[in-house]
Design a protein around this ligand. Structure first.
Ligand code: GLA
Length: 423
């Protein structure tokens, strides 16, 4: 299908399910973060247009990555045990299929043929054997390199070695490459990232390409043609302040996400201990709504029941993996305090996802009026609570409102039951 035709179809279907996008009911955005000249929050003009068409990332990638919990303390045993745990916990069946090794897997030097070499102390069996093990479990293996002369932990980088390294990754059976931005010699990412895309493509192996350029050169504006996802921010850390800041920064680029290419606000911290249960639930709810990659960053071999409950919430995962693939966004925020926020987005089948998020430390009432959600005022909806796993009400009209505990985020799906359109 041509770009313009597919865009037209998408626009029409969005128009049908989310009239605010077409401006029929102008959305109210009062979060005070965008100037009048900045991006229109309901602009979908870039939806699906820029994305790299390598057949991957039709929905955001799901899996696990070693960095947030282990940093450089990785070895082949931990990676294998994590793959085992993805299977035994059932997380793999829920879609978490990528097992991604981050920085520190390689030796400090290339070999005499100029090839990257797995660290013989920590990966003595080599990456090919590890890939075979992971594939034997029906999972996929990810690896990490850098679009510079070194990785951030000063292992050899792939700049000017793109073809050789991509060939080696493909030979090993790698399915995913996270490509970092350290030691980049001051060369623009628009020059450094495409050669690895081309090198991966010419291997003949289908390899997910995750661009990790930290949002420095506004990657949403160019990386859709280069990779399957692109980091929009600096690194997350395991704190409420970091997580909320990153959510807000990632929101700005919502209109550029779509099947094939996603904004990446960095990996999940759920289960690492720096946030409360409700804060982690907020983190997961907002990442799911934003169509962020769901890459678990904790030790799933030893996770608590609460961590598992969050990561395994099928209804929240289904929002993230919804085939429509439109990134939800912040549609209102209490003017002065920013405490009560409404984040929302369209889903397939004419439904909406709505998150009522309390960003402050007192309990607040968070309300979403229909005009803020882009719903016709005469529309009634049924409401499903995705954390309680309950149908709340059959005919809600005008607004959705709830008392929300400090740092909690309620998550609902609204399904229109009546719409008395004047047309
Ligand atoms: C950068 C990336 C992180 C991680 C580290 C590894 O900081 O943004 O996600 O990969 O490098 O060194």
């Amino acid at each position: 299908m041509s770009d313009s035709r597919s865009l037209l179809l998408v626009s029409l279907s969005l128009l049908a399910i989310y009239p605010a996008i077409a401006g029929i009911v102008p959305p109210v955005l009062d979060n005070g973060q965008r100037s009048a000249s900045s991006l229109n929050p309901f602009d979908t003009s870039n939806y699906g247009k820029l994305q790299l068409d390598n057949g991957l990332a039709r929905t955001p990638q799901m899996g696990w990555n070693s960095w947030n919990f282990l940093a450089c303390n990785i070895n082949e045993t931990v990676i294998k045990e994590t793959a085992d745990a993805l299977i035994s916990t059932g997380l793999a069946d829920l879609g978490y299929i990528y097992v991604n090794i981050d920085d520190c897997w390689s030796s400090l030097l290339r070999n005499s043929k100029g090839q990257l070499v797995p660290d013989p102390k920590t990966f003595p069996s080599g990456i090919k054997a590890l890939a075979d093990y992971i594939h034997g479990k029906g999972l996929k293996l990810g690896i990490y390199s850098d679009a510079g002369s070194f990785t951030c932990q000063v292992r050899p980088g792939s700049l000017y070695h793109e073809n050789d390294d991509a060939e080696l990754f493909a030979y090993w059976g790698v399915d995913y490459l996270k490509y970092d931005n350290c030691y980049n010699l001051g060369i623009k990412p628009q020059k450094r990232y495409p050669p690895m895309r081309d090198a991966l493509n010419s291997t003949g192996r289908t390899i997910f390409y995750s661009i990790c350029e930290w949002g420095e050169d506004d990657p949403a504006l160019w990386a859709g043609k280069v990779g399957n996802s692109w980091r929009t921010t600096d690194d997350i850390n395991d704190s409420w302040a970091s997580m909320t800041t990153i959510a807000d920064l990632n929101d700005k680029w919502a209109s550029y996400a779509g099947p094939g290419g996603w904004n990446d606000p960095d990996m999940l911290e759920v289960g690492n201990g720096g946030m409360t249960y409700l804060e982690y639930r907020s983190h997961f709810s907002i990442w799911a709504l934003m169509k962020a990659p769901l890459l678990i960053g904790c030790d799933i071999r030893n996770m608590t029941a609460e961590t598992f409950e969050i990561l395994s919430n099928k209804e929240v995962i289904a929002v993230n993996q919804d085939p429509l693939g439109v990134q939800g966004r912040k549609v209102s925020s209490a003017e002065e305090t920013g405490c009560s926020q409404v984040w929302a987005g369209p889903l397939s089948g004419g439904r909406l996802v709505v998150n009522l998020w309390n960003r402050c430390s007192n309990s607040v009432t968070v309300g979403a009026k229909w005009e803020v959600l882009g719903l016709d005022t005469s529309t009634s909806v049924s409401v499903r609570d995705l954390w309680k796993h309950e149908n709340m009400a059959e005919k809600v009209a005008g607004a959705l409102e709830s008392q929300v505990d400090p740092h909690d985020c309620k998550m609902y799906i609204l399904t229109p039951t009546t719409s008395h359109s004047s047309i």
